[in-house]
Design a protein around this ligand. Sequence first.
Ligand code: ADP
Ligand code: MG
Length: 174
Amino acid sequence: MSLPIYLVGARGCGKTTVGQSLAQALGYAFSDTDKHLQQTTGLTVTEIVAAEGWQGFRRRETASLQAVTVANSVIATGGGMVLAAENRQFMREQGRVIYLKADAEVLAARLEAYPEQAQRPTLTGRPIAEEMVEVLAAREALYHEASHYIINAMQHPDSVTDEIISVLALARAS
Ligand code: ADP
Ligand code: MG
């Protein structure tokens, strides 16, 4: 049995993309806290925020994190998962936490290229590039505090996956 691997980082850093390929390479299950939240509530993130505010969303997010935490799994977390000290502590205690680090301009470019994947409402109502600078400034220390390893997420997703396997000293499934 291996501890769960949590991927943390801002929207667009590749948690879902890399998480799926990492899970496949290791023969682990993959789960995504945002997706779990949507499937269990039947609501989109936008709808939850509209109905319950960000506070309600954050509370449900913590429940999703705990629900998807099982051995032999890769867990992609919502970009704001690290905001709660409870979540940071939980992830560090339960598994190994990887921060996928990328510059604000890179994140903004990815989200602008695929707006359909960036359905979450903006946090500030300002242009995405400006928002990413602000979000990273506010969260960078928390991503560091939450994580055991920091990986450069501005390389090909296959390289990001390989680097995670390497730092965790894990072997590919086949
Ligand atoms: P997250 O789950 O962290 O929000 P995603 O995995 O959904 O991020 O990726 C956001 C977008 O960026 C997707 O369109 C994805 O294809 C692209 N992407 C993810 N990782 C990389 C990468 N390492 N290099 C280039 N594009 C990437
Ligand atoms: Mg994602």
